[in-house]
Every structure is written in C-alpha cells, then in structure tokens.
Design a protein around this ligand. Structure first.
Ligand SMILES: NC(=O)c1ccc[n+]([C@@H]2O[C@H](COP(=O)([O-])OP(=O)(O)OC[C@H]3O[C@@H](n4cnc5c(N)ncnc54)[C@H](OP(=O)(O)O)[C@@H]3O)[C@@H](O)[C@H]2O)c1
Length: 263
C-alpha cells in the first residue's frame, strides 16, 4: 500500500467555488493540482499548502485546446494516480443576446462546454484503467431553467448537468463515479466578471456562501451522489420547483434577476 496522499485536480481552482473545493480536498488529506488563467493561482497554491497539502499550480487559458491539454499534461507528469477531479472552471456572460459579442459567447462555449468535454476525456481515460476515481462536474441551478439575459450561459450549464448524468451511467461498475454540483447564485467574482453588476444579481444581492457550496459538493462527491444543489434551503426548493414549473414561467421569473437595469 502506498502511503502517498491522494491527488485531486481542480480546474479554475484559484478563486471562488473552485478555490473552496481545493481547500476541501486539502483539509481531507488530498494534494491538489489547480489551474487558473491569472498568476493568482500561485498565491492560491500557497494558501493550500498552509493547510498541509502539496499544491501544484498551473496557469493557462481554459478557453484554448493547448491550455486544457497543458494542464492535463502537467497533472499526468506528476506521475501519480489521479483520485479526484473537479471540473469547475466556467464563466458567465450577462446581457441581451441582441447586444452581446458573438466572440464572447464562443469563448464561454469553449470554456464551459468544449473545455469540460476535453478535460473529462483525459480524466476518464486515466481513471478507468486505474479502476477508481471521483469526478465532480460543476454545473448550476441555471441548468434547470431558461436563463434570459444569460442566454448562452444556462444552456452551457445544462450541457454540463446532462453530460455528468450520462457519463455517470456509462461508468457504472468501473470504479469511477461522476457527481454534478448545481450551485445557486453564489458569492464570488462570477457575476461581476460576467458583466452583471447592473442586475439584481449585482453588488448587494443575497447569495449563497461559497464555502457551504463547496462543502456540499465535496460531500456529495465522497458519497457518490449523482446530483447535489449547492446552497441554502431556498436554493434547494427553487431547484425542486423548477422540476414542475413551465419553462415560460421560469424564464419570466429568471429575467427579473438577470435583466440589465434600464433594459
Ligand atoms: N457564482 C455563482 O453564482 C455560480 C452559480 C452556479 C454555478 N457556478 C459555476 O461555478 C463555477 C465556478 O464559478 P465561480 O463562481 O467560482 O467563479 P469565479 O469566482 O469567477 O472563479 C472562476 C475560476 O475560474 C478561473 N478561470 C476563469 N476563466 C478562466 C480561463 N479562461 N482559464 C483558466 N481559468 C479560468 C478563475 O481564475 P482566474 O481569474 O485566474 O482566471 C477562477 O479560479 C463555474 O463553472 C460557474 O459556472 C457559479
């Protein structure tokens, strides 16, 4: 038996929910490889090391093939079996579809959809021959409702949710599990980065605690749950209501949160 600590990777692990997930892994005995597009990933790694883990930071753009492949090669070259992977990196994009820049939408799809598939391919092809591994795919409660004024974001997260549930069934009996984390609106840089400061989700909005969201995702991953909502009771209730509420009703309700003020 190896006395080496298990190894986890977290994409987009330098801030927000991903950083909190990285801390969960570190506190539970894992070493952690983490990625981010800016150099703050190195500072995040130092914080992870303060928790007693080895941290392996990698700076690359997850919107590009080379960025995703580069992070995977970096993890593979550690020469250790990968025990857990949190495919967390994702960006938002607010605004009316009429006005948003198509290149920004393509970039979102590259990160949230293409990048997730790319990294999942590498992770699955590594874990299945090893006969073990846990994969967490960070989707969103936005996967369960139309998302006007985030017109491409919600569908990208619906992709992640369905992808996770599909892969989970395919990997049954391989020793590799797949869990989808569906956070509700969470306190991070996400909405500001998405250009949504001028909406009801902007500064001052009540949001879920990213520490709680990460704890819930980590526990679900360890307990081999297929899907977990990240957030408080109200967030969980919204997800339940979304199962039976007609799509146009949900779309109208969601627009109240996401419509830029003045539109
Ligand atoms: N916050 C919410 O309300 C919410 C709700 C539901 C689901 N989610 C999902 O949760 C996940 C994490 O979101 P978050 O709220 O933690 O967002 P966040 O605070 O904006 O953090 C995003 C993380 O991804 C990294 N990142 C962004 N663009 C990247 C790129 N091109 N290449 C590599 N790394 C990149 C960021 O690092 P750098 O800044 O260094 O690039 C950061 O570590 C996303 O998939 C999001 O869709 C969020």
């Amino acid at each position: 038996m190896s006395d080496q600590r298990p190894l986890a990777m977290v994409t987009g692990g330098s801030s927000g929910i991903g950083f909190e997930l990285a801390k969960q892994f570190a506190r539970h005995g894992y070493d952690v490889a983490l990625s981010g597009s800016s150099d703050r990933v190195h500072e995040a790694a130092r914080s992870i090391e303060e928790l007693g883990a080895q941290a392996y930071p990698f700076q690359a753009d997850a919107a590009t093939y080379d960025g995703v492949e580069g992070f995977w090669n970096f993890v593979a070259e550690l020469g250790r079996p990968l025990d857990a992977a949190a495919l967390n990196v994702g960006i938002g994009l607010g605004g009316a579809f009429m006005d948003t820049d198509l290149q920004d939408e393509f970039r979102l799809i590259d990160i949230n959809v293409k990048g997730t598939v790319h990294m999942a391919k590498r992770v699955v092809q590594h874990m299945v021959p090893n006969g073990h591994g846990r994969i967490l795919i960070v989707s969103s409660t936005s996967a369960t409702t139309p998302t006007p004024y985030e017109t491409v974001y919600g569908p990208s997260k619906a992709f992640g949710f369905s992808f996770a549930e599909s892969l989970r069934e395919e990997l049954r009996d391989t020793g590799v599990t797949v869990t989808a984390l569906l956070p509700g609106a969470t306190d991070s840089d996400f909405h500001s980065n998405a250009g949504m400061d001028n909406t009801a989700l902007g500064p001052g909005a009540t949001k879920n605690d990213k520490v709680l969201v990460a704890q819930q995702g980590f526990e679900a991953l360890l307990n081999d749950v297929d899907e977990v909502v990240g957030g408080d009771e109200e967030t969980k209730q919204t997800r339940e209501d979304n199962r039976t509420t007609p799509e146009p009703v949900k779309a109208h309700r969601q627009a109240e949160l996401t419509r830029p003020r003045g539109d």
